[in-house]
Ligand binder design. Structure first.
Ligand SMILES: [Zn+2]
Length: 121
């Protein structure tokens, strides 16, 4: 299977490593890519784990996110800019037949010795 974050990589060689062990993630960009892939794969536990504890969705929100991500068709991820702690990206998905894009500059920090998503800037 190709990796959702980058179809020229195999999932096994790409985001699967992060999904199996978040401590293997060495940069904010790898974490961001693994979170995109987790949305595509509806891996809600990884989405929670890779979210900073201060901004992590509640149990209720977690269910909402899971049903939402299962209801859309993810198309692709484009990383536009990156710094050590920020990644600007566009994530494309189809919802009810129309193409939508999430354009965000995300902020990442380390918590418990691994990278996590903190918030959008
Ligand atoms: Zn990947």
């Amino acid at each position: 299977m190709n990796c959702p974050c980058n179809p020229s990589n195999l999932y096994d060689d790409c985001c699967k490593k992060a999904h199996q062990n978040i401590h293997s993630v060495t940069t904010a960009e790898i974490l961001m890519r693994s979170r995109y892939s987790a949305f595509v794969l509806a891996n809600i536990d990884y989405l929670q784990k890779s979210h900073h504890s201060a901004t992590r969705p509640s149990k209720y929100e977690k269910k909402e996110i899971l049903s939402w991500t299962k209801s859309v068709e993810w198309v692709k991820l484009n990383v536009l800019n990156s710094t050590k702690n920020t990644i600007e990206f566009k994530a494309y998905f189809k919802e009810n037949g129309s193409l939508n894009v999430i354009h965000e500059n995300s902020f990442f920090v380390k918590e418990n010795n691994h990278w996590v998503y903190k918030n959008a800037l």
